[in-house]
Design a binder for this molecule. Structure first.
Ligand code: CFM
Length: 589
């Protein structure tokens, strides 16, 4: 059933899910097959993270727990979640990594959070990569002096409005007090300088880094500038990082409707925009996982309500726009929003129909971060493709099962490690944006605040949900499900493609994007159409179609596809090699 029309679309079942052309394996047997190789302890843990879905009553998933060593995870570290994800995109402050050079180097422009110079915001420091380059000497004698000198040097060269300092693993181990160094630098230089204790090992994944970053941004920046933008209908877009230009598409779309974005946290954003984001009237949350802390804290302190939105997928973008317009309740805004949706859909429909003619009934699987494995299912659904398996890398139970489970989530030692900051209503600036009567009327009309149903509720019954997927499980999944495309990251992209399955990088988008809003959706449909339609995949013979390896059959250990490929190349070379005739060899000598 389409949300934009009343008639059920052909190729979709009565619940609105695309009907796959090929049959899908039984998820319980697929699950058993994936788990059977594990030793008992590993199996016990993995079986909590690998489930058959039930949208009506999502089963409890073992999310946000430590990865089993050796399992080959796609997860990142806490430093990556803090410096790389949430704060890194602020383009006019300096980001200094306090640590060995590698931590900084590998966080240098690998995430495509784009920013461009604009009138009034002429600075873009994002192309720089700054580090204290800790050496043995600092590890032994402490790195605080080197950090203080680095901050001074960076200030002297760039004269930024603020400097953020990020701690890496060794900083926590040797006990450098980055916060006191930052406090002193703040006094000395007269600009805002603040630090983050986001050592890579601080949590079980980058998710801990999101929380630490949210706390720091809230404490050190939000609320510093009490100057609201002049425009009407002001919102912040939270949890949108402008990967491949997504935030720009969303911004343009909202502008067409007459909705003004004060700040996008954090995509192509300036220091000033963060400092005044508390003056907006609504927070709309794209990525719940990375920024739900901020939306909660802003509501408590400043009275700004928040709602979950999703601008990935045509129907979802339309739904999100309507929700924002309904919040403001202005008749002209609502009418204009409907006009924009009609225009955008009219332009998009021919693209959907064209792509759907080739992709209807195909299947996808997705293993990405903490929100995209959910959001991108809508784009596939738009063109008739069913997601047969999906999972997050590091999300929590609420991102899978919905926020209703929040009270039942057990806080373990790893989560307790992360500071929960106490937030109270601001004595002067707390201003609830709606009266209790207005709120009640909105709720009565079906409007939900702080609502996130989670991924499982919106997935088909009995498809597979896999948290923190391992390479073994991915290989088994490909073998059993033969998905037509997998959305994943760079850590497993080439493994997947060696199996003859196209892999769309859903973190950096490879070189593609934007994929958000209606215009971005068109880019995505065309891209997956091109990838799935490519003949190149037919040239790859997946492992299970090759004759059994005698080494495995004899029980001489498990062979990897890479080893096997090397052996094939070596055997080919050996076969092709011919000894040189004696005369030629003598002449060379
Ligand atoms: Fe949120 Fe993200 Fe994601 Fe994320 Fe990320 Fe990312 Fe992601 Mo890569 S903030 S949780 S930590 S939507 S970098 S822009 S793509 S894993 S699904």
């Amino acid at each position: 059933m389409s949300e934009l029309s009343d008639t059920p679309a052909p190729g979709y079942d009565c619940e609105g899910f695309p009907i796959p052309t090929a049959s899908i394996p039984d998820s319980e047997s697929a699950r058993a097959e994936m788990l059977k190789v594990y030793p008992p302890k590993t199996k016990k843990k993995r079986e909590k993270q690998l489930l058959a879905n039930n949208p009506e009553q999502p089963p409890e998933i073992g999310a946000n727990t430590r990865t089993i060593p050796g399992i080959i995870t796609q997860r990142g570290c806490t430093y990556a979640g803090c410096r790389g994800v949430v704060i890194g995109p602020i383009h006019d402050i300096l980001h200094i990594t306090h640590g060995p050079v590698g931590c900084s180097y590998y966080s240098w422009l690998t995430r495509r959070n784009l920013a461009r110079i604009k009138p009034g915001q002429p600075i873009n420091f994002l192309q720089y990569c700054m580090t204290t380059d800790m050496m043995e000497e600092e590890i032994i004698f402490g790195g605080e002096k080197k950090l203080a000198a680095a901050i001074r040097e960076a200030y002297a060269i760039f004269k930024p409005k603020a400097i953020a300092v990020y701690s890496t693993c060794p900083v926590g181990l040797i006990g450098d007090d980055v916060h006191s160094v930052c406090r002193k630098a703040k006094e000395e230089l007269g600009i805002n300088v603040f630090g983050f204790s986001c050592e890579g090992y601080k949590g079980v994944s980058q998710s801990a880094g999101h929380h630490i970053a949210n706390n720091g941004v809230f404490k050190h920046m939000v609320g510093l500038l009490d100057e609201p933008d002049k425009e009407e209908f002001r919102i912040n877009v939270l949890g949108e990082y402008n990967i491949g230009g997504d935030a720009w598409e969303i911004d343009t779309l909202l502008k067409k409707c007459g909705i003004h974005v004060t700040a996008t946290l954090s995509g192509d954003i300036s220091y000033e925009q963060i400092c005044k984001c508390h003056t907006a009237d609504l927070n709309v949350v794209m990525c719940h996982r990375s920024i739900n802390y901020m939306s909660e804290m802003m509501e408590t302190k400043f009275g700004i309500p928040w709602i979950k939105v999703n601008f990935i997928g045509a129907e979802q973008s339309a739904k999100s726009l309507r929700k924002i317009a309904k919040f403001f309740g202005d008749e002209r805004l609502i009418a204009r929003t409907e006009e924009v949706i009609a225009q955008e859909m009219a332009a998009l429909r021919p693209v959907i129909e064209d792509v759907k003619s080739r992709l209807q009934g195909k299947t996808a699987a997705m293993f990405v971060g903490g929100s995209r494995a959910h959001h991108y299912q809508h784009l596939f659904k738009d063109v008739g493709m069913l997601t047969v398996a999906a999972g997050y890398e590091f999300a929590h139970r609420d991102d899978y099962e919905g926020r209703v489970v929040l009270p039942s989530i057990k806080v373990d030692a790893d989560s307790r490690n992360i500071e929960e900051i106490e937030v109270e209503a601001d004595p002067k600036r707390y201003n609830p944006r709606k009266t209790p009567e207005q709120l009640a009327a909105l709720k009565a009309g079906g409007f939900n605040f702080k609502d996130y149903d989670g991924m499982m509720v919106e997935m088909k019954k009995n498809v597979l949900v896999i948290d923190d997927i391992s390479h073994h499980e991915m290989e088994k999944l490909i073998e059993m499900y033969h998905p037509d495309i997998i959305g994943s990251g760079i850590k497993d992209k080439f493994v997947i493609e060696k199996f003859g399955v196209p892999c769309k990088q859903l973190h950096s988008y490879d070189i593609g994007g934007p994929y958000a809003a209606f215009t971005g959706a068109a880019n995505f449909y065309k891209e997956i159409d091109r990838m799935i339609g490519s003949k190149v995949w037919k040239l790859v013979t997946p492992l299970w179609k090759k004759p059994a390896d005698p080494a495995i059959a004899l029980g001489k250990g498990v062979d990897s596809p890479t080893n096997q490929a090397f052996r094939e190349i070596a055997a080919g070379l050996a076969k092709a090699w011919k000894p040189k005739p004696k005369a030629a060899a003598a002449a060379e000598a």
